[in-house]
Design a protein around this ligand. Structure first.
Ligand code: ZN
Length: 861
């Protein structure tokens, strides 16, 4: 915590130095107890660059310290500002420390903490220093042995990384286990779990015949809800062998699910720890989206075994080396196991909703940042999702074979090392004899590039000239940008025939502007560009509604087809907002009708006919006007609902009454059915409201039940309260489902939503110490554009109060929740002043965490 006078230190990439001392081995001994755990650690340290030995340690009660068996006295070391400094004379020593920590008092959920009676750890990025003294940085790799002793009745299961090498009974009802991880690893990958857990077990045989025992550890009652996660784990293991040639390397792979967890999951070597939200799933409690997320996160953490663990990061500025690459890998895994087109649409929607906003705001940073105050604040959509887009562009530019050759060289060269993004790019250059100098700018420069596109067709020469010009707006600390190397997938479609003219081609835009000439264009064309979202950019193309409607009917790339309809909707909506009008364009109505009639995959149709989100519409406007956006978007939904009433009903009826199944086809049908119902309800069709209430009561799965609840919650009808009460009564003992109950109300556009959310923040089931629950209510409300941005500032004050209330308990939660306020510059003067005032009030509060300090001070700068 900060006192009023101090501002947190800034860590800079430019200041990186190799470690002064390495730690080839560490032996840990835990005497576990939820109130007071004693940790004895024995480090073998070896002189590296030299200087005193400086170990990180945060909130540790030091009991004793010795070097080479000799106890140290007060004058032999210093412990201040979370650093333990010891001057050592030789080149190799044994440093032993005994400390005491309190898991139950640990509400930050970093280090060793208690969650519903079990004990578990989270160390990335800097949690290990809250367990024992250690050089807490990813370029110090050590062999870990871990012994733990605990009460056998309370903690019958004792797990850590690697293999269990010994176990036995102790005195007073205690027992112990010893684990050894043969792979040297940085301390952020250390994990320990003790609890009353049961496992779903399975096994996997690797390509080379190694038998691996798999276990997913949860509370006994939850074991039946682990099947989906286990199946996803086994398909991830196979996929990594087939697509990247990477096998698993230990005899054991364990996953543990915990209820209190700061983010999604953690890839600790051989012992992944998950937020239970990304493990537990069955039809009654998990939606189709939840099932997809479970599979994606299980895959993500598994893939880290190679991209993150076998090869790790040299320092935290390289975070995207493992996160961007691993997100790209999990995206491709999901695309290979479902609809590739729908997956791409979902990923791009998320990128635009979250990362584009980040890139255009005060917290914008490059994929490889240059400085930070608190590294926890850099687990961002830029590092993860834009990082994944950069890998995707590399794969596109190289083609599958060269990309694989580059990856193979990267794994060969760097296995067992802590490396940099530069090493990753270099491997691709060296494997393929390429120069990626300009491509590297994607890692160094922040901001979303815009590419302006215009084209001229010459009928006489049957050629098309395309003019391209790129520019990237300034971001904090980066006023001007050099041009990016941008891969643009391009195709032409006949204006008359609708047929594709020639093969699609990849244009590489490298200069700030360029003119591309395409020959043999048989008829006047409509240009389709950035197909598949080949680059994470914004396109400015003066395309007419007719052209967009044309592409939405004829493009043979489903993503491009979706994109054309989205752009048509965006044009219609932004025009209406500008004119202060509420009439939907007939071209949009016709294009939506045509998409509904297209006979394409229902999952695709369900995505394509959705209007752009209110946040995304806001992004296109010089000043965000939340009321106008909400008004026009809702009016357009009403118009589409009424003008296409018959079509929505037939889409609804055609896709209902299928008995619950979990496969891509059934999921797609549920999706389209519920989107159709949404349009019917938007038009206030009374039959639709009663149908929704019936669906809520009759549903045999959570997808349909929650979709109905979501629709009812935004309406001012009697069924609203009835449904909310019934849902609460049915699921009050299931925390993950109760989170949905909170989130649904926080996202509701009901006129009284703010008051309802304030009331919910006093509900007996609300919690600020459980990150899932806090995020369900407060995080969702921050994303509720029309209600969070209530003109009187009530939403802002409420959010700021919650940020301050949670900061002392869990500063990562607080720093995440405060972010919507930092976008004040995008709003009109009245709202901007109210938002600023809340940021200033937060900043003036004594004892702020450095997490919140960093976000708020940058947000005001
Ligand atoms: Zn990750």
């Amino acid at each position: 915590m900060l006192d009023a006078a101090s501002t947190p230190q800034v860590t800079r990439l430019a200041d990186y130095r190799p470690p002064a001392w390495t730690v080839p081995a560490i032996a840990l001994d835990f005497d576990l107890d939820d109130k007071a755990t004693r940790v004895t650690s024995r480090l073998t340290v070896e002189r590296g660059e030299g200087g005193p030995l400086v170990l990180d340690g945060e909130g540790l009660r030091l009991i004793s310290l010795s070097v080479d068996g000799k106890p140290l006295g007060d004058g032999d070391y210093s412990y201040a500002d979370d650093k333990l400094t010891i001057t050592l004379n030789g080149d190799s020593h044994i440093v032993e420390s005994v400390v005491e920590i309190s898991p139950i008092a640990n509400t930050q959920l970093m280090g060793l903490y208690a969650s519903e009676g079990m004990l578990c750890t989270q160390c990335e990025a800097e949690g290990f220093r809250r367990i024992t003294f250690f050089p807490d940085r990813p370029d110090v790799l050590s062999r870990f042995t871990v012994k733990m002793t605990a009460d056998k009745a309370r903690y019958p299961v004792l797990l850590s990384n690697g293999n269990r090498v010994a176990a036995g009974e102790g005195k007073d009802g205690r027992h112990w286990a010893e684990w050894e991880d043969p792979f040297p690893k940085p301390c952020y990958l250390f994990a320990l779990v003790a609890g009353d857990l049961s496992a779903l077990k399975d096994e996997f045989v690797t390509a080379s015949g190694r038998k691996v025992e798999l276990g997913i550890w949860v509370r006994e009652a939850d074991v039946p809800r682990c099947r989906h996660a286990m199946d996803a784990l086994k398909s991830s293991m196979r996929w990594d062998e087939q697509v990247y040639g990477r096998e698993y390397d230990l005899d054991l792979f364990n996953i543990v699910a915990v209820s209190d967890f700061n983010f999604g999951a953690m890839e600790n070597k051989g012992l992944n720890i998950f937020n239970s939200k990304y493990i537990l799933a069955d039809a009654d409690t998990a939606t189709d989206l939840d099932f997809d997320n479970v599979a994606a996160v299980v895959a993500h953490e598994y893939f880290h075994n190679w991209t993150g663990n076998r090869i790790t990061c040299r320092d935290w500025f390289q975070l995207s080396l493992k996160e961007g690459l691993t997100v790209y890998r999990d995206q491709e895994f999901s695309a290979d196991h479902g609809s590739r087109a729908v997956k791409r649409i979902e990923d791009v929607r998320m990128l635009r909703a979250v990362q584009f906003q980040e890139d255009s705001g005060p917290l914008a940073h490059p994929v490889r940042p240059e400085s930070y105050m608190e590294i926890s604040n850099f687990y961002t959509a830029t590092i993860y999702n834009k990082g994944a887009e950069v890998i995707r562009m590399l794969a596109t530019l190289l083609g599958a074979d060269r990309y694989r050759a580059g990856c193979d060289l990267y794994f060969d060269r760097h296995d067992g090392q802590a490396v940099t993004i530069e090493d990753w790019v270099k491997a691709h250059e060296d494997a393929n004899g390429l120069d990626l100098t300009q491509f590297r700018r994607w890692y160094a420069q922040a901001g979303t590039p815009r590419v302006a596109v215009s084209s001229r067709y010459d009928a006489a020469s049957k050629s098309l000239e395309i003019d391209l010009a790129q520019s990237t707006p300034p971001t904090p600390g980066q006023d001007s940008k050099a041009p990016f190397h941008i891969p643009l997938d391009v195709a032409l479609f006949g204006r008359d025939s609708g047929a594709r003219l020639g093969d699609p081609r990849l244009i590489e835009l490298k200069d700030s502007s360029a003119t591309i000439r395409l020959d043999d264009v048989a008829e006047p064309p409509v240009l389709s560009i950035n197909r598949g979202f080949s680059a994470p950019i914004a396109i400015d193309a003066p395309q007419t509604r007719e052209e967009l409607a044309h592409l939405s009917a004829h493009d043979d790339d489903p993503f491009a087809r979706y994109e054309a309809l989205q752009r048509l909707a965006l044009l219609t909506l932004t025009d209406a907002i500008r004119r202060g009008d509420e009439v939907a364009d007939p071209a949009l109505v016709d294009a939506v009708a045509a998409t509904l009639d297209s006979g394409l995959d229902p999952a695709f149709i369900g995505e394509a006919v959705l209007l752009p989100s209110e946040a995304f519409i806001g992004d296109q406007m010089p000043t965000v006007d939340p009321d106008a956006i909400h008004g026009v978007r809702e009016a357009t939904r009403r118009t589409l609902g009424s003008q296409l009433n018959d079509r929505w009903w037939s889409a609804y009826r055609a896709n209902r009454d299928n008995r619950y199944e979990l496969n891509p086809e059934a999921k797609g049908r549920r999706r389209l059915k519920n989107v159709a119902l949404g349009y019917l309800v938007a038009d206030a069709d009374p039959k639709a409201v009663s149908t929704t209430f019936e669906q809520f009561g009759d549903a045999d799965n959570m997808t349909d039940r929650l979709a109905a609840l979501g629709l009812l919650t935004s309406l001012e009808v009697g069924e609203r309260e009835a449904a909310l009460a019934a849902f609460h009564a049915r699921y009050k003992n299931d925390p993950l489902v109760l989170d949905k109950w909170f989130a649904t109300q926080a996202l509701s556009t009901h006129p009284d939503a703010l008051d309802q959310v304030i009331a919910l923040s006093r509900h007996a089931d609300f919690s600020r110490t459980n990150p899932n629950r806090f995020r369900a209510l407060i995080g969702s409300f921050g994303a509720n554009q029309p209600r969070f941005h209530a003109a009187d500032g009530g939403g802002y004050a409420f959010l700021a109060n919650e940020v301050l209330a949670v900061d002392g308990l869990n500063s990562q939660s607080a720093a995440r929740m405060v972010q919507p306020l930092t976008r004040w510059r995008r709003f009109g003067a009245d709202r901007a002043a109210l938002m600023r005032a809340e940021l200033e009030r937060i900043l003036a509060t004594p004892g702020l965490s450095k997490d919140v300090y960093e976000v708020v001070s940058k947000g005001l700068a």
